[in-house]
Design a protein around this ligand. Structure first.
Ligand code: SAM
Length: 346
């Protein structure tokens, strides 16, 4: 089935054929991959279930679905969860941590991503806290090319993820139009920079040449007296118990069985009385939904489920963004869709 046929069919099944032409046009830029179609299909099913009228589906949302499916779904990255994050994204969660747990403590930021911008934010907002960022894909090498595009690599020099300096449609297309060849180019650039660096014991951790930069063990560049990082899977992480465990924008990639096991791991990482905050948070706690849990007498119990009000009349797409079938919190945060015209009247 072509992308266009798929979109037309979805329009008939989920929106009675009433999606606006500009929205359809944007959706037709969806990449021709099974996971991209499944992503849009789940979103359409949730919209239908919430009673969202077709006229509330904007061209901007169509563009977002196509763009996310083209650049950020694991299917674009060999099945790996991309390390993407955004500065300022969790500043309201940092405030929540201080409110619930005070001025001092130890916070584990599980799946911090890279560059670990939100963990750095937390270390500034919670000055008297020890902050530890944890991620399975903290890179061994970090390279910027002459155009400012960056790439992160594992220990074998394999390119794990890259992105343009300014992520526009064209700049993404330039890199991901032929992702294989971009990956090989970044790998060749790394090899050249490593040769220039040399491999003596005194080889520098940072190299600059011809407008390109290399950083070896790059998370060390971000460490501070109250901030350090551990490269580890959640499942195998061994560290001292924490007062707060935060895990954002990771569990959504996994199925229910993994999530249940993850709760056990979070509990193991918390001291008694400790707090778990986990969920999704797109930007500054807009397009957010998360759950807080308290560990009491060795047991993790939910305290509250919270979601931003824009879930009811979404401008973007996080409300409809699921990466697994049956994502429970996507259903919880959307008891009903409020048609945009009613909001305007209020
Ligand atoms: C989208 S980033 C989230 C970054 C940041 N927490 C945020 O909210 O912006 C997801 C991260 O999850 C990490 N990840 C996925 N599975 C993991 C696991 N089992 N253990 C540790 N990290 C994991 C990936 O390596 C990736 O960097």
């Amino acid at each position: 089935m072509t992308v266009s046929t798929f979109v037309q069919d979805l329009n008939q099944r989920r929106f009675n054929g009433k999606l606006a032409a500009p929205a359809i046009e944007r959706l037709e830029a969806l990449p021709d991959r099974e996971d991209a179609r499944a992503f849009l299909e789940r979103a359409g099913a949730l919209m239908q279930r919430a009673g969202m009228p077709a006229q509330d589906f904007s061209p901007f949302q169509g563009e977002m679905f196509a763009s996310i499916a083209s650049h950020l779904l694991p299917g674009c990255w060999g099945g790996r969860v991309p390390p993407i994050t955004l500065a300022g994204r969790h500043v309201r969660i940092d405030q929540l941590v201080r409110k619930f747990s005070g001025d001092r403590g130890r916070l584990l930021d599980i799946a911090c991503g890279f560059p670990p911008l939100t963990t750095i934010d937390s270390s500034s907002a919670l000055r008297l806290w020890d902050i530890v960022g944890v991620d399975r894909s903290l890179p061994e090498y970090f390279v910027h090319d002459q155009h400012g595009n960056y790439c992160v690599y594992d220990e074998r020099g394999e390119a794990l993820y890259f992105q343009p300096l300014i992520p526009t449609k064209d700049s993404w297309e330039a890199l991901l139009g032929d992702a294989e060849s971009s990956a090989r180019k970044f790998e060749a650039l790394l090899a050249a920079l490593l040769r220039r660096r040399g491999n003596g014991a005194d080889a520098p951790l940072n190299v600059e040449h011809d407008g390109c930069t290399l950083s070896v063990h790059p998370v060390h560049d971000y460490e501070a007296p109250n901030l350090r990082f551990i490269r580890s899977d959640l499942e195998s992480l061994v560290t001292e118990p924490a007062d707060v465990v935060r895990c954002f924008n990771m569990l959504m990639y996994f199925d229910d069985a993994f999530r249940q096991r993850a709760l056990g791991h979070f509990s193991r990482l918390l001291s008694d009385g400790g707090l778990l905050i986990c969920g999704c948070d797109w930007a500054f706690s807009m397009e957010a939904r998360y759950t807080t849990y308290r560990k009491t007498n060795g047991t993790l119990a939910p305290l509250e489920f919270a979601f931003s009000l824009d879930n009811l009349v979404p401008i973007g797409i996080l409300t409809w963004y699921t990466l697994q079938p049956g994502t429970a919190e996507a259903h919880l945060s959307r008891p009903v869709h409020v048609p945009a015209q009613h909001v305007a009247e209020v």
